[in-house]
Design a protein around this ligand. Structure first.
Ligand SMILES: *Cc1c(COP(=O)(O)O)cnc(C)c1O
Length: 385
């Protein structure tokens, strides 16, 4: 009885699993078959074929993901960007207008500002904190509003309840990228978001070995996105489905450990004399701490900080760390460290970065599953000048 699972730890393991188990297999087998025998399906979208997102591996994941966020439906995609681009192209058509948060994931920001105009879709960026300014940007053809649960790399938390209220009162479709929080810490459909998107490359898979995405939310909208994805072709391969399915099962233990570890590391950094500033929603000093506490069950494992000194000092610090791997991306089991000015935000010039509050000395840490104590010891020795 799948409906009876109450807690996410149980849903991660049991929701969406085939009943009865296929040949008794405890782990979901991989159906590596491009096409399946015709069973009299009458709609193109129902033909069983990998690109049509309906192999047993896709279906099991769709059920599991929708259960995780208490949503009506879900869809997996070939990457987070496939989820984002297919969703926006399904919801918006020529002549429509989009409101989007100003500090978005780089790929999303570029897709909205560089690709959507070619489809005749216009946009305005909004300050996620200042709900009183949103109405001024509203146009008669505004169709949707797009935000992220936490911004990268400053971990700002927008007025998400305000976004839902605003969308409802103006008949907009509300879309949120929930990658940074994961369904363990936040389930956007529960507060009324129409669609919740994920880069499953990050926490959901958690092992830094695939790219994948997900669209979770209202059944009518997920069906629309599915049909668009069927045409665009950004479907997840069954073997990647299998790996994602396997990775998801440990999401709660990973996320809870990583979140607790991140809080300890954030506190250590905040109290270190060589550290200027720490951005982590779990710290009482974080300007969005109260809102994060109200909305989320945990604060996740991304943090950013500035050490005293110039860009060279920041670079020297990163070089002196041994444990974190210097790499972009996040949400995996290994701790990763980057300087956003050289990776995720290198597309912006220093002036644009400054206007978003991202200094060139800012360092971002994605906390993994290693011993908290060892990560802290490593950061401590690297901070010694
Ligand atoms: C990584 C990321 C994406 C893009 O996901 P891919 O799987 O790399 O396509 C989108 N949004 C956020 C917040 C991300 O961190």
């Amino acid at each position: 009885m799948q409906e009876s699972y109450k807690h996410i730890e149980t849903k991660l393991i049991h929701s969406g699993e085939p009943e009865p188990l296929i040949e008794g297999a405890v782990a979901m087998p991989v159906f590596q078959s491009a096409t399946f025998e015709y069973r009299g399906e009458s709609s193109y979208h129902d033909l069983r074929y990998i690109r049509l997102n309906n192999t047993p591996n896709h279906i099991a994941l769709h059920k599991k993901l929708s259960a995780l966020e208490n949503a009506e439906a879900a869809l997996v995609t070939a990457s987070g960007m496939a989820a984002i681009s297919s969703t926006l192209l399904s919801i918006l058509s020529s002549g429509d207008h989009l409101l989007a948060q100003d500090c978005l994931y780089g790929g999303t920001h570029d897709f909205i500002s560089r690709d959507l105009p070619a489809f005749g879709i216009s946009f305005d960026f909004i300050d996620g904190d200042d709900s009183s300014s949103w109405e001024r940007k509203l146009r008669p053809n505004t169709k949707a509003i797009y935000v992220e649960t936490m911004t990268n790399p400053l971990l700002q938390v927008a007025d998400l309840k305000g976004v839902v209220e605003f969308s409802k009162s103006h008949g907009l479709i509300s879309i949120i990228d929930n990658t940074f929080t994961s369904p363990v810490n936040f389930r956007p459909p529960e507060i009324g978001f129409d669609l919740s998107l994920h880069s499953c490359t990050k926490y959901l898979n958690g092992h830094s070995d695939i790219v994948a995405g997900a669209v979770i939310g209202r059944a009518d909208l997920v069906e629309k996105v599915t049909h668009k994805l069927n045409h665009l072709g950004g479907s997840l391969d069954p073997h990647a489905c299998f790996l994602l399915h396997r990775g998801i099962k440990t999401l709660a233990v990973r996320m809870n450990y990583q979140s607790q570890s991140a809080l300890k590391i954030a506190r250590f950094l905040e109290n270190h004399p060589a550290v200027e500033k720490v951005n982590y929603p779990g710290l009482e000093s974080h300007p969005w701490h109260k809102r994060a506490r109200q909305l989320f069950d945990g604060f996740s494992a991304m943090l950013s900080f500035e050490i005293k000194g110039d860009v060279e000092a920041a670079e020297r610090f990163i070089e002196r760390t041994h444990l974190p791997i210097v790499a972009p991306s996040l949400g995996g089991i290994e701790t990763l460290i980057t300087r956003p000015a050289t990776t995720s935000h290198s597309g912006l010039n220093p002036e644009e970065r400054r206007s978003l509050g991202i200094s060139d000395t800012l360092i971002r840490l994605s906390v993994g599953l290693e011993s908290t104590e060892e990560i802290i010891q490593d950061l401590k020795q690297a901070l010694k000048t």
